[in-house]
Design a protein around this ligand. Structure first.
Ligand code: 1CP
Length: 354
């Protein structure tokens, strides 16, 4: 429908939400809050609906995706929903032989390491992920004025899983390819930029009101290598989804030294982990961008008074920013007390009410 087209997105019910206003650096009634990995972690209602259903299969069932996406919105009163999926879903959708193993993460049967392997990364079409379009259709109806965040993995982080064959601490095969065969590396990241762009466009077309690019592991790189070998591909993604009426968020972990170049990649909002205070992060990112973050997810295991004291520090550091979206500095940890998250949402809303 016209309402779900990119051009029509500005007319959707979520346009005036605190979250989208903060992303656009407009005045807000309160600081908006959502949590990375808020969907599909330890919530009892999540574990119940997932029982006996493998992760990737659950990502392809629109009714289940919609239910899991809505659960943290109902329970915590967060200011945005994040679509329940995983960064490797579009790779599975184009036929890469991968699985998400419980307690491990994404595992790729045959890693991508040669020029011949590149041919396995074909284009992604909307038909490959029709379940995403269907689930987002359900969700935009159910969510009303609550924005829905779509997402994708950034080229570097996707490349890391494809080249290593699974989760990696040191990214040694990935870096060997990046330094050893710069042309193959550039072609690989270019391919992944195209797949990621196509996947984000499907989500925007289906009604996502913002998109986040997860470059979770990019903090493993020095700025010089990020600029030369990764930034061009990430910028290509952001450029391709510019002007569609949806804010673009860029997130990575351990990116203190990379905040400047991350800002140059083109997002409207830059996610910051807990290692750099937001006022300092704003200086590094440069003007014209909102920031998202940055409570250490481990702080939620401390008593409420300590959580509130750390939250105060963040809100004070954010006081001079043009746009601030409160979030954790990385995803919710699996054993986090759900009530601590609910209390945190309420605390930020109350403390920042204008
Ligand atoms: O945020 C949400 O609540 C939506 C759901 C979501 C998102 C945004 C999932 C569900 N995965 C992701 C993104 C994702 N997946 C990222 C980027 C965000 C981050 O840095 O946390 C990454 C790196 C992955 C890869 C991945 N998938 C891992 C990490 C492995 C590693 O390298 O350490 C894992 C464990 C998964 C599996 C996964 N993804 C999501 C869930 C609920 C699960 C667990 C599924 C299960 O085993 O049942």
């Amino acid at each position: 429908s016209e309402n779900q087209s990119p051009a029509g997105n500005q007319q959707t019910a979520a346009y005036d939400s605190a979250f989208l206003k903060a992303c656009r650096r407009e005045p807000v009634p309160h600081t908006p809050v959502w949590f990375m990995r808020q969907a599909g972690r330890s919530l009892p209602e999540y574990l119940k609906v997932r029982e006996g259903i493998p992760m990737l299969e659950s990502c392809m069932r629109p009714d289940l995706v919609a239910e899991i996406t809505l659960q943290p919105v109902r329970r915590h009163g967060v200011d945005a929903a994040i679509y329940f999926s995983d960064i490797v879903v579009p790779l599975k959708a184009i036929g890469i032989d991968l699985d998400i193993k419980p307690g491990v993460g994404p595992v790729v049967e045959q890693p991508i390491r040669s020029r011949a392997d590149l041919a396995r990364l074909r284009d992604l079409t909307p038909d490959d992920v029709s379940y995403v379009t269907e689930a987002m259709g359900i969700l935009t109806g159910e969510l009303g004025a609550t924005p829905l965040i779509g997402f994708a993995g950034a080229p570097f982080t996707l490349a890391s899983y494809l080249v290593e064959g699974g989760p990696s601490r040191n990214h040694e095969h990935t870096k060997a390819l990046m330094y050893g065969d710069p042309q193959l590396w550039a072609d690989l990241l270019d391919r992944l930029a195209e797949i990621t762009t196509a996947f984000l466009k499907v989500q925007i077309e289906a009604g996502a009101s913002a998109v986040q690019l997860f470059d979770s592991w990019v903090g493993a790189l020095a700025p010089v290598d990020y600029r030369r070998s990764v930034l061009p591909a990430s910028r290509k993604v952001f450029d391709a989804v510019e002007g569609l009426g949806v804010p673009r968020i860029h997130f990575g972990v351990g990116t203190g030294e990379l905040l400047g170049p991350l800002g140059e990649a083109g997002a409207d909002v830059v996610g910051v982990d807990w290692r750099v205070p937001l006022d300092e992060a704003a200086r590094r990112v440069g003007p014209g961008k909102a920031l998202q973050g940055n409570l250490d997810p481990a702080v939620l295991f401390a008593p409420t008074a300590a959580v509130e004291a750390k939250t105060d520090e963040i809100l004070d550091a954010a006081a001079g920013l043009e746009g601030h979206v409160f979030n954790l500095g990385h995803g919710v940890l699996p054993t986090t007390d759900a009530d601590a998250l609910t209390r945190l949402v309420e605390y930020v809303h109350t403390r920042t009410a204008r």
